[in-house]
Write a protein that binds this ligand. Structure first.
Ligand code: XMP
Length: 317
């Protein structure tokens, strides 16, 4: 029967056999799947695995640096690419959620393709695809759909012509986590909530600007740190903060303010297909709200999302 140790042993042997002395390029996202795939490949072929981690400017506060540090600690051969401005430029003036997703997908492909070209004689594209992704490969969301729509307009980018190696494509999510644990991957990475590829861009309703991203990152960091401090982070399936394009009146001393609203979302779920809103304790919510309002300039109101999926999706866009 299945154990993570036997899976690791056979997979590494198979990867060595299949890849020989070939080079593999792989995009890391900070998520569980790509990280576990990278460590397995690294154990199989060492420096012939070239990892690429793109800062799209849409990650959580300080996440790019902390994840990059973890990857470097793990000994991965990794290149970090600061592409923030390219993503912000591509998002300027766009408010439609699907257009935002497309713009982000397109820029990601361009940035990744440039980085992949720098790896001489690369033969393979490594991916963290897991079994449910294989079954749902026709889903409308996610990178594959973006790549397909890009492909229809502009032709295949070169990295997509590489042979594909997907060491996790027979595993379910909990098995991937078990393999990750057996491989000693940081809890900082293994225990991480799911986070969408388009990142904070789909948690900022309407047009994305670097200023809104900075405000949302601050509010979100307060939210997530408080969930951790209260021992709630691991009990919640996914949590995030949403920047609403709504201003409301507040008072500060004897001045009236007119500032933005952020919404806190926390859900329980098994697979993201359905979700219930979490009944977070009022005292924790009160502390988070006070801290955000007192510390994040531009926010004077915090609300909590009490909607379940269906019909309310986890993300607001
Ligand atoms: P929804 O919002 O549809 O989300 O209830 C279900 C799960 O999917 C994630 N999600 C995405 N992930 N690209 C991604 O990689 C996307 O465009 C995207 N949209 C939603 C969401 O965070 C949740 O975990």
């Amino acid at each position: 029967d299945w154990t993570s140790d036997s899976f690791i042993e056979t997979t590494i042997a198979e990867l060595r056999e299949k890849l020989g002395n070939d080079k593999v390029v792989l995009g890391l996202s900070g998520g569980v799947d790509s990280s576990v795939a990278a460590v397995l490949l690294h154990q199989a072929i060492g420096k012939n695995l070239h990892c690429i981690f793109v800062d799209n400017g849409l990650l959580r506060k300080d996440e790019y640096q902390s994840v990059l540090d973890s990857y470097q600690h793990m000994g991965l051969n990794i290149k970090g690419i600061d592409a923030k401005q390219r993503f912000y430029d591509a998002l300027a003036g766009i408010s439609d959620p699907e257009k935002k997703r497309k713009a982000i997908g397109r820029v990601f492909i361009e940035v990744f393709d440039d980085a992949a070209h720098e790896v001489q004689d690369v033969k393979w594209l490594g991916q963290g695809t897991i079994y449910p992704d294989v079954i749902e490969s026709l889903s409308v969301k996610g990178p594959s759909a973006t790549i397909k729509s890009h492909h229809n307009v502009g032709g295949l980018p070169d990295f997509m012509k590489l042979k594909v190696v997907e060491p996790l494509n027979t595993l379910f999510k909990d098995e991937v986590r078990r393999v990750g644990k057996a491989l000693n991957i940081d809890d900082n990475i293994l225990g991480r909530h799911p986070f969408p590829g388009p990142g904070l861009a789909i948690r900022i309703l309407g047009e994305v600007t670097p200023e809104k991203v900075a405000i949302l990152q601050e509010a979100d960091a307060i939210y997530i740190n408080n969930l951790r401090a209260a021992g709630l982070y691991d009990k919640v399936w996914q949590a995030g903060t949403i920047y609403l394009p709504v201003q409301s009146v507040g008072v500060m001393g004897d001045e009236r303010t007119y500032e933005n609203v952020v919404c806190l979302r926390a859900v329980e779920s098994l697979d993201g297909m359905t979700a219930d809103w979490c009944h977070l304790p009022y005292d924790v919510l009160a502390k988070i709200s006070n801290e955000i309002i007192n510390n994040v300039k531009g926010i004077n109101r915090v609300v909590y999302d009490i909607s379940s999926k269906p019909p309310a999706t986890i993300e607001w866009e």
